[in-house]
Design a protein around this ligand. Structure first.
Ligand code: SF4
Length: 251
């Protein structure tokens, strides 16, 4: 049987290496998973569609082929949760092998962190339940995910908010914020034109101010000089410490 494929994502990888000839960081640990943007996103808004950085990455033929490969395999499962679990288990084995290899070769200890959906979203409840099974089986791994699948045909909150090793963020913009009001106690990832406008939404949803994403605000690089991706160094979303603000204009 063909296997789901991981993505090497510099922003979320706990260790990247500087490739002198290519003059770029390359992840040494593959710890991200993606699906096609839009196709897999039942909660897509026109705002996120207009600025989706992940969809832009699909302009690279290799990226497009990878996420479509993952999508096709999961679609072949129909609505069978157990078939999807059987696809996701080898994915986590591949992640663990990538992690263990990097620790052995570099002689370092690397945190077990995994980003679900650097691209795409939860497209069905059986698929979300399959991920819940996988996360509960891998209790030593800290997972994090942002989703717009929290209202309408696919609402994954009841399925996923009970997973202890998952930081579940509701991705909020002006088109779907009224639906997020149903879940004021979950952290929100709020996108607006400016950080100030996103802050207004944060206060209205939860009564609390939220910090800016430092990478989005250009306060930290995508990869630090120690090879850690911005999200691993920052840790805010990885550990679900609070809601977070994102600005389309980065201002
Ligand atoms: S706030 Fe931190 S963890 Fe969240 S997306 Fe930004 S850099 Fe990553």
């Amino acid at each position: 049987m063909s296997a789901l494929k991981l993505t090497a994502d510099r922003k979320v990888s706990p260790l990247s290496l500087w490739k002198v000839n290519a003059r770029r960081w390359e992840p040494d640990v593959k710890n991200a998973f993606g699906l096609p943007a839009g196709t897999s996103c039942p909660g897509r808004t026109s705002i996120c569609a207009s600025v989706c950085y992940a969809e832009a990455a699909e302009n690279w033929p290799t990226v497009d082929a990878l996420v479509r490969h993952n999508w096709d395999l999961l679609q072949d499962c129909g609505r069978s949760q157990s078939k999807m679990v059987n696809l996701l288990r080898p994915l986590m084995t591949a992640y663990r092998q990538s992690h263990a290899r990097a620790e052995r070769l570099r002689n370092v200890t690397i945190p077990h962190v995994f980003r679900i959906h650097w691209d795409g979203d939860f497209f069905s409840i059986p698929y979300a339940r399959a991920w819940r099974t996988i996360m509960l089986e891998n209790a030593d791994i800290q997972f994090w995910v942002y989703t717009r699948s929290f209202h309408g045909r696919v609402d994954v909150v009841p399925t996923l908010s009970i997973v202890p090793n998952l930081s579940l963020y509701l991705s909020v913009d002006s088109e779907n914020r009224q639906h997020a009001e149903r879940y004021p106690n979950l952290p929100h990832a709020i996108l607006d034109e400016t950080f100030a406008e996103a802050q207004v939404t944060s206060v209205s949803l939860s009564g609390k101010r939220a910090p800016r994403c430092p990478e989005n605000a250009r306060k930290v690089p995508l990869v630090g000089s120690d090879g850690r991706g911005a999200c691993v160094a920052c840790g805010l979303c990885v550990n679900g410490r609070s809601s977070v603000l994102f600005s389309i204009t980065k201002s």
